[in-house]
Design a protein around this ligand. Structure first.
Ligand code: C6P
Length: 414
């Protein structure tokens, strides 16, 4: 307990009351939910917003003149304004709703890539990318004859910035990397990388999936070209995400998908496309999810990102110290700056076994490669056990997790 800093301003017990799912027993034990990097839980206000929409406002957006359609459209567009403020975008039209981070990245790789990538061009990603920020670039590079390059990392799981000057050249057209790593927790030096990329005229896409719940995001100050994230990793619903893009780029990009809403006029000989953001929002979107995302943003804003981050850092430090004290447990990802992710391996125990035994004790952790297989190859491991913390987690829960871990290790070593 002595490691805990005196910065906790949040009433965590009160916050926990807002999350009905946390108050249950799993396998006869109180649930300890440490799988927040996969998806975090939803406060009642987000659940209420979903229910309210279906009970009172359900209608398709942008199409009807009737009252319900107008209400649904207004609420949907209201979230767009909230997202604009949340990430400090210049204009509301620069906020595109997608299914999530993966779709946002696929949209850019496919639309921007098809228009702007040519034979001999290079796309630079990092060694710690999620498959969602690898595969779409591999696909488009193959199609366009471009080359995929990789920023190296050190053993701590930090990008080796000294290597960047050789990697970022006039051939580089896109630099795509995560703000924070899902497997390691590393917070990347995004300002520096963006500046280096822009110095050679390259564009930058930042995968913010693991950042938006923890770190302040200011796309204007960062001068980032594209920023992708998912609602479900920031206390919002699944199946909804955001692509931020600079107007100047989005306007030059062809539509990603064809369908309703993304057109101005259609005839069998020619179609003209709608303006941004609608040009990129073909078909009926996840209306209820987008509307409920607004409540997730309100939840984060009301608590304050700095307060959330301070609480989570306390949890991370506490868990890190406790894991370091366990014989045979090794933390994977020891960067100086980290979001609240503690990934580790335990000698002699497979991560799947560990995850199952943890579950038997009511503790939900993630096991496996976390969709970062090249990163696991770098460390020469198959996967890790990952505990990731959210604002509603407590030191007492970490104690339960560490006790569970110690008793599992004891059992395996018998
Ligand atoms: N990571 C995890 O347990 P989607 O699925 O589209 O909402 O997000 C994909 C994604 C992209 N980038 C990063 C850095 C991510 O962490 C994720 C999702 C989950 O770590 C599922 S594998």
């Amino acid at each position: 307990m002595s490691q805990i800093l005196e910065t906790q301003k949040l009433d965590i017990q009160k916050i926990r009351e807002e999350f009905p799912i946390l108050h249950q027993q799993v396998n006869g034990k109180p649930l300890v939910y440490f799988d927040n990097a996969a998806t975090n839980q939803k406060p009642q206000r987000v659940i209420d917003a979903l229910v309210h929409y279906y009970q009172h406002d359900n209608a398709n957006i942008n199409r009807g003149v009737h009252t319900l359609a107008e209400r649904a459209t207004a609420a949907y567009e209201n979230t767009r304004k909230s997202v604009q403020k949340f990430i400090n975008a210049n204009e509301v039209e620069e906020v595109i709703f997608t299914k999530g981070t993966s779709e946002s990245i696929n949209l850019v790789a496919s639309s921007w890539g098809r228009k702007f990538l040519n034979q001999g061009d290079e796309v630079l990603i990092s060694a710690m990318e999620h498959h969602s920020n690898i595969v779409p670039w591999q696909m488009i590079c193959e199609e366009r004859g471009a080359t995929l390059r990789v920023m190296p990392i050190n053993q701590a799981g930090e990008i080796i910035v000294e290597a960047l000057d050789d990697l970022i050249t006039e051939r580089t057209k896109m630099v795509a990397f995560n703000h924070a790593s899902n497997s390691l927790g590393t917070i990347n030096p995004i300002e520096l990388i963006i500046k280096k990329a822009h110095a050679v005229g390259a564009k930058v896409l930042v995968d913010g999936a693991q950042a938006t719940a923890h770190l302040p995001i200011d796309v204007k100050a960062l001068n980032v070209d594209f920023y992708a994230f998912s609602a479900h990793k920031m206390y919002g619903p699944t199946g909804t995400g955001v692509l931020y893009g600079k107007r100047s780029l989005l306007e030059k990009m062809p539509p990603y998908q064809g369908g309703g809403e993304m057109i101005k006029e259609v005839s069998f000989s020619k179609t003209t496309y709608n303006d941004i953001p609608y040009k990129f929002e073909a078909g009926t979107p996840g209306i209820a999810n987008v509307i409920a995302l607004n409540e997730a943003i309100n939840f984060i804003n009301e608590l304050g990102k700095a307060n959330i981050a301070a609480h989570e850092l306390n949890l991370l430090n506490y868990a890190t110290n406790a894991l370091n004290a366990i014989d045979g447990a090794n933390i994977i990802g020891t960067a100086k700056d980290k979001v609240s992710v503690a990934s580790f391996v335990v000698e002699g125990i497979h991560h799947f076994d560990l995850g199952m035994w943890m579950d038997a004790k009511g503790v939900a952790v993630r096991t496996g490669h976390h969709c970062t297989q090249p990163l696991m190859d770098f460390y020469g491991i198959e996967g890790t056990t990952r505990a990731s913390f959210a604002v509603y987690n407590t030191v007492e829960e970490i104690d339960i997790f560490i006790d569970a871990l110690n008793s599992i290790i004891k059992r395996f070593n018998k």
